[in-house]
Ligand binder design. Sequence first.
Ligand code: ES4
Ligand code: ZN
Length: 337
Amino acid sequence: MADLARERDIMTIPKVELHVHLNGSISEATASILARRHGADPESALRLVDGRYPGHYPDFQGFLDTYLAANEFVRTPEDLELVAAEFARGQAAQNVVYSEAIFTAMIYVRNGMEPRAMWAALRRGLAAAGPGTGMGIVVDTIRDFGPKEAAATLRLVETADAPIVGLGLTGIEGTVPTASFIPFRAEARRLGLGFEVHAGEMGPPSSIVEAFDVLDADRIGHGVAAIRDPELLARLVRERVVLDVCPSSNVGISEFPTLEAHQMAAFWRAGVNMTISSDDPPFFRTTLTDELRHVVRVAGLDAQDLGELQRRAARHAFAPTGVKDGILGEIERWAAG
Ligand code: ES4
Ligand code: ZN
């Protein structure tokens, strides 16, 4: 067996991150600035523990409460621009050359932001790190809020001036029947957008099956429940289904007790078409770079495997072909160098 990928490989490789929530990328420092700006005490309003988000939650709802508490203070376009700029600079610092940022636009519209000003602030913020830090936006709707919310999300997307590359379905699996989102999925197709579905995160294997058979998802967010259903796992391998795997997030909501107990190594060995992402980095006290360190260690990846992970992420991005070819070229130069 070749040697494990080295720290230097992990640091220098041009990275692609397909599954990272912009609303889940608000650092404690930025959330504290925003809380104070809106007259709240950061420590209590943000549920901080020693100045930090807990990082570990008893379940998904526990995480969601903390995440929503921070997002409550993103009220004006200036607030959003600050959040987006911090995100872009954080990606740039890790040599993430392209990100697909999942964006729950309705949270900010409900907070009182005017849609045109919201999209303009998002564009300005995401551009903060310059053109070498590419960004696509995946606008999601939260399942729990139902099909009306999905329709409202669509109206926002149709009039948006922003680099939207996909639509997504997030939230708590099983709260609303999957079939209620068929029209939302159909609109993604009509608009020429990719479609990502969070499934098999806290829900059962059947939730992943529904993401395909009911919603014809282009990519699955998480999908880790597939480990409990060997037939489904075989289907995922056979059909080359892309799973965005986010190990620290799964551990952070108590789906697995530790990173070592996470099934990423079994997925890798089985030949699952997985990519690696950070999901909600500060809320799980992680970064994409940390997630790559974890998968190298736990699944025993060498430098070539690491290159393969990043090539896959580039190939399965919702970005235009020209953008993807540019990223693949950067990865080839890294592999050759
Ligand atoms: C999610 Cl709404 C939301 N935000 C972040 N991560 C998620 N996983 C499932 N739904
Ligand atoms: Zn997610």
